[in-house]
Ligand binder design. Structure first.
Ligand SMILES: [Zn+2]
Length: 268
């Protein structure tokens, strides 16, 4: 599952390869949009909105190729004629310019919208941690609007703030010393958590190694994926459970039961 920083980087690379270029090939391999062909059109730009990618084609009244990586998706950019590093049958979108090809593999979804439909498609998202509209006050307001919701779910809900995936939700709970089931209203320093989310995504957005520990070479994460190695801070066995709800699909949740005690939960 992608995090906002991965999508931000993909947008930046796609923008560098496509913006201002005229498409010499456009092959969309999604049944509903298979007849869409933007060959001859110019790509205006490519932007990330939370974990969504918007490839804008034509002028301001043009079209947007809206995609989401979901679990397995990724975009590759190849020099013209270079061999793909993934099997062709997994390609969902192929955009070629005179000198490069951008190929989206196994995209979680792909739609083509009129540009005017962007707001409807992604307007529900909360403030984008890596976007030009980042607004920590608004993110806090949205998070706090459901005070009883577990923080481990509220952070993943893209309507609150956009860009946090499963890795950051686990790591942010750890860094706040908060059990993931702690109700939002009982998280000790929610503003600090929001500030930290921004700081971590900013720090990681331009690099290929994602670290929340400040260590890029060794142990990059405190609890995520450490169910067999223990908490990086105290060595306690990391708990691995599934956490989601009716609105968010179940995802692997990692936390340290010692560093993130369920104090208020246990008292109930
Ligand atoms: Zn610990």
């Amino acid at each position: 599952m992608p995090e906002g920083d991965t999508v931000w980087r993909a947008a930046r690379e796609l923008n560098a390869a496509l913006a201002g270029r005229t498409l010499t090939r456009c092959d969309i391999r999604v049944p509903k949009f298979a007849t869409v062909d933007f060959t001859g059109e110019t790509v205006q730009n490519v932007v990330a909105r939370g974990k969504h990618l918007l490839i804008r084609v034509g002028g301001d009244d043009g079209w947007t190729i809206h995609s989401h990586l979901k679990m397995e998706g990724l975009w590759h950019i190849y020099a013209k004629g270079a061999k793909w590093r993934r099997p062709a049958f997994k390609a969902r979108c192929i955009l070629e310019t005179p000198d490069a090809a951008a190929v989206g593999f196994e995209l979680g979804f792909l739609k083509v919208l009129p540009r005017s439909g962007e707001e409807e498609a992604v307007g529900y998202l909360g403030p984008d941690l890596l976007g030009p509209d980042w607004d920590p006050e608004e993110a806090l307001r949205r998070l706090s609007s459901q005070p009883d919701r577990p923080i481990g779910l509220a952070l993943l809900d893209q309507r609150n703030l956009a860009g946090i995936g499963n890795v950051y939700r686990c790591e942010l709970c750890f860094l706040a010393g908060a059990h993931p089931l702690t109700p939002v209203a009982e998280v000790k320093n929610l503003p600090r958590m929001v500030t930290l989310a921004k700081k971590l995504l900013e720090a990681n957005k331009a690099r290929s190694t994602r670290a929340t520990t400040g260590n890029l070479r060794g142990d990059t994460l405190w609890v995520y994926g450490r169910e067999h190695r223990g908490c990086l801070r105290c060595g306690t066995r990391v708990t691995l459970e599934q956490l989601g709800d009716n609105e968010l699909e179940l995802r692997d949740l990692y936390y340290c039961p010692y560093c993130q005690p369920a104090s208020t939960l246990a008292a109930e």
